[in-house]
Design a protein around this ligand. Structure first.
Ligand SMILES: O=C(CO)[C@H](O)[C@H](O)COP(=O)(O)O
Ligand SMILES: [Fe+2]
Length: 215
């Protein structure tokens, strides 16, 4: 069974407490929190105050996905507001190994995200240092986009790399995920599924999370 991580990007920001309560009472294990800076991606989302508030309203894992340039500047700040997993983009880091060590030194789990065009092979030499790899199945920046089919291929390759390295790494998929592709993603090797619009636009989000959990 996969870990389910609803993305708050698709929640009702005018009624955030209600959506947080829904996730709290669902089978989802994580909150997926998308931080965008308008530079690394062409969109700006939210930052520390929102994450801090969510942390005060839940005991679930806070899975923070940073779509920002030079993320090293803010590692300690995200720890302070309650991040449990901190994921940076491979494409945004010049000294990725150093960044991973800095995240772990703060006591968080370290993740690296890959854009759709970035091959999984770039992580070969850090795979044993990682707790999580996030495969973007859309171009980062917006919710509600169409799933890129080549993702299955990338997940299989990453799974093989992890097995060969004897590493203990969670494979997370983000973008355009829903009940229509969850089973195939899990069969390819996915351990955690992010779902934003599919969950929050569902008629019954709690039941939708349960359906994803069953995939
Ligand atoms: O990182 C993201 C976008 O950059 C979001 O986590 C992702 O897009 C989730 O939204 P949806 O499930 O609607 O595709
Ligand atoms: Fe995300």
């Amino acid at each position: 069974m996969a870990i389910i991580a609803p993305s708050i990007l698709a929640a009702d920001f005018g009624n955030l407490a209600k959506d947080i309560e829904m996730v709290n009472n669902s089978q989802a294990e994580w909150f997926h929190l998308d931080v965008m800076d308008g530079v690394f991606v062409p969109n700006i989302s939210y930052g520390m105050p929102i994450i801090e508030k969510i942390n005060s309203l839940t005991d679930k894992v806070l899975d923070v996905h940073l779509m920002i340039v030079d993320p090293d500047r803010y590692i300690a700040d995200f720890k302070k507001v309650g991040a449990d997993i901190l994921t940076v983009h491979y494409e945004a880091c010049t000294h990725l190994h150093r960044t991973i060590q800095a995240i772990k030194a703060e006591g968080m789990k370290a993740g690296v995200a890959l854009n759709p065009h970035t091959p999984v092979s770039v992580l070969e030499d850090v795979i044993n240092d990682l707790d999580l790899v996030l495969i973007m199945s859309v171009n980062p920046g917006f919710g509600g986009q169409k799933f890129i089919e080549n993702t299955y291929n990338k997940v299989s390759k990453l799974k093989q790399m992890i097995t060969e390295a004897g590493a203990d790494v969670i494979i997370e998929i983000d973008g355009g995920v829903g009940v229509q592709n969850a089973t195939q993603l899990i069969e390819a090797g996915a351990d955690a599924l992010v779902a934003g619009s599919a969950v929050f636009n569902a008629e019954n989000p709690t039941e939708y999370i349960a359906a994803l959990k069953k995939a």
